[in-house]
Design a protein around this ligand. Structure first.
Ligand code: SAH
Length: 216
């Protein structure tokens, strides 16, 4: 995601401290540390401006959500939007971090679900390893999930969707469900939209989605 460099970005991020999680000294094993309750933990990776995470947190008050984003100037937008809400969800924290460092954040088998929404496609073949659905990343996510917990992935990008199916297959995994037109599928009932999703679907691009679970 491209964003113009924000003035006073660091101070603005600090002002959002109530909705931010600091990188922990040891990985998070349960939801107690940031949320004061023991609800199951869910993670969105590459949350952008935060609409999905915020929508999911409101929809599921019985779950705790972390929303990770590597670009501080993007996270500021998510943080400020959430801080400005009249009813700020208590069960949501944004984290500034890179997916490659997830094991510093979360303990193995600690997460009840992982969401990847409109991940950067990195179209050049030489950049495959940067895609957040490359098999190395998928293996990392599987480690972090509890047995039976799911990765849910949405994209408008056909090549990235096809690539993801191949990567899953290389790990011996078959999706629990997949659709190449989420908004015209019953699977889309109750779907919470992201900023990219609203933008691409309004331009007529069908939204692809799949879910896969960590084998029990
Ligand atoms: N999920 C949002 C944004 C999609 S753009 C939406 O659907 O609207 C992809 C986002 O992922 C960008 O904001 C980018 O900065 C972030 N991202 C890319 N690689 C990442 C990584 N390795 N770790 C964390 N965030 C990442």
């Amino acid at each position: 995601m491209r964003v113009r460099k924000k003035k006073h970005g660091a101070e603005r991020l600090l002002a959002c401290a109530p909705v931010m999680a600091e990188k922990p000294e040891s990985p998070i094993a349960d939801s107690f540390r940031d949320f004061g309750c023991h609800a199951p933990l869910y993670l969105e990776i590459g949350c952008g401006k935060g609409d999905f995470a915020c929508g999911m947190a409101k929809k599921h008050p019985d779950r705790c959500f972390y929303a990770m984003e590597k670009i501080g100037d993007v996270l500021v937008i998510a943080g400020e939007k959430t801080m400005a809400l009249e009813q700020r969800p208590e069960n949501l924290r944004f984290c500034r971090g890179d997916a490659a460092e997830l094991l510093d954040w979360f303990r193995e088998a600690s997460l009840s679900g992982i969401y990847l929404n409109f991940s950067d496609p990195w179209p050049k073949k030489g950049h495959q390893k940067r895609r957040l659905t490359h098999r190395a990343f998928l293996s990392l996510y599987l480690k972090l999930l509890k047995p039976g917990a799911r990765i849910v992935f949405k994209t408008d990008n056909v090549a990235l969707f096809d690539f993801t199916l191949e990567e899953l297959s290389s790990l011996g995994l078959t999706p629990l469900f997949q659709t190449r037109d989420l908004h015209r599928s019953p699977l889309g009932d109750g779907n919470v939209m992201t900023e990219y999703e609203r933008n691409f679907s309004s331009q007529g691009y069908p939204i692809h989605a799949l879910a896969v679970e960590r084998p029990r």
